[in-house]
Design a protein around this ligand. Structure first.
Ligand SMILES: [Fe+2]
Length: 307
């Protein structure tokens, strides 16, 4: 093995021993892909990364796509999304959490999960690091699955879970709403953010990863709504809610998490079919720029639920 691999706290690994600006050999590319499959979350530090090298590097892991969110794209590099804290726009992303106003705080989720066809993965690179806060959390739902007891694993084989798209955080059933107040400008319906009205989507509670074959607990608290026909799995509606509450608590255990405090030159790749992520957000007025590239999800993992 040519690359150096060291574990991060709890989940994921840091990978070094290559230069992103040199052409990567097929051997190194294969090693990077196999580390991604094995660990799900890869951190790279101290690379001299420009947009071109980030895009080129991202292609090692699959075809790139345009993220449908209204983000700023670059004319020169259409595969690159620039997430910029802009004083004009940040008011729409501001809300109050336990008395503190925060911008772009995000609950645990997988990207495009609500469409049934999540992205395969993504790479974030910190270009301007927030002076405080602004952590990105990653949660390994394969490890979360492995840690379940056998009885729960068997029960989950019989269950599908529904995700229901909503713009208003207070409508989400399994996020922590204690001390939460939406902002004055928080979007209230999908069209406020140029989103369509997404139908509900159901996933098996345990998804077998299409590439690695690893089992993934398909529970992330953002937009999690209900269990499909719980009685078919021998559960009352009350037991179904209790089960989802218990599973969400399980995914919140720090042993499945890595929270990244950004430094200059850091870049993180994650497997969006396996790992959930979240953002702790920044205080209003914080300068921050992230460059993102997204790897297309070419498999449909969920199904649209007809009413
Ligand atoms: Fe995300």
């Amino acid at each position: 093995m040519a690359l150096t691999v060291s574990p991060l706290e709890n989940v994921g690994v840091e990978v070094s021993g290559f230069d992103i600006n040199e052409p990567l050999t097929d051997e190194i590319k294969a090693e990077l892909v196999s580390l991604w499959d094995e660990h799900g979350i890869l951190l790279f530090r101290d690379q001299q990364i420009d947009p071109g090298s980030q895009i080129e590097f991202s292609r090692v892991f699959g075809e790139l796509e345009m993220h449908p969110l209204k983000a700023t794209t670059s004319d020169e590099y259409p595969e690159l999304f620039m997430l910029i804290n802009d004083p004009e726009k940040e008011k729409y992303m501001t809300a109050t959490y336990k008395g503190q106003e925060m911008v772009s705080r995000l609950d645990w989720h997988m990207d495009l999960h609500y469409t049934g066809k999540p992205n395969r993965g993504a790479i974030l690179r910190s270009v301007v690091v927030a002076k405080e806060d602004g952590l990105t959390g990653f949660g390994d739902l394969h490890k979360a699955y492995e840690a379940l007891d056998e009885e729960t694993k068997a029960l989950l084989e019989k269950i599908e879970v529904v995700y229901s798209f909503s713009m208003q955080r207070k409508h989400m059933r399994y996020v922590d709403l204690e001390g939460y107040e939406p902002g004055l400008y928080s979007p209230r319906k999908p069209s406020d953010m140029q989103f369509p009205n997404f139908p509900d989507v159901a996933y098996p509670a345990v998804v077998t990863h299409p590439v690695t074959g690893k089992k993934v607990l398909e529970i992330a608290e953002q937009m999690l709504e209900r269990i499909v026909a719980p009685h078919k799995a021998g559960l009352s509606n009350d037991e179904a809610v209790d089960l989802l509450e218990r599973l969400v608590e399980h995914t919140r255990k720090p042993e499945f998490h890595y929270f990244h405090q950004w430094r200059d030159g850091d870049m993180i790749l994650w497997d969006n079919w396996r790992a959930m992520h979240c953002a702790t957000g920044t205080r209003p007025g914080t300068e921050r720029v992230i460059h993102r590239t997204t790897i297309t999800g070419n498999e449909t993992l969920g199904r649209v639920v007809e009413p």
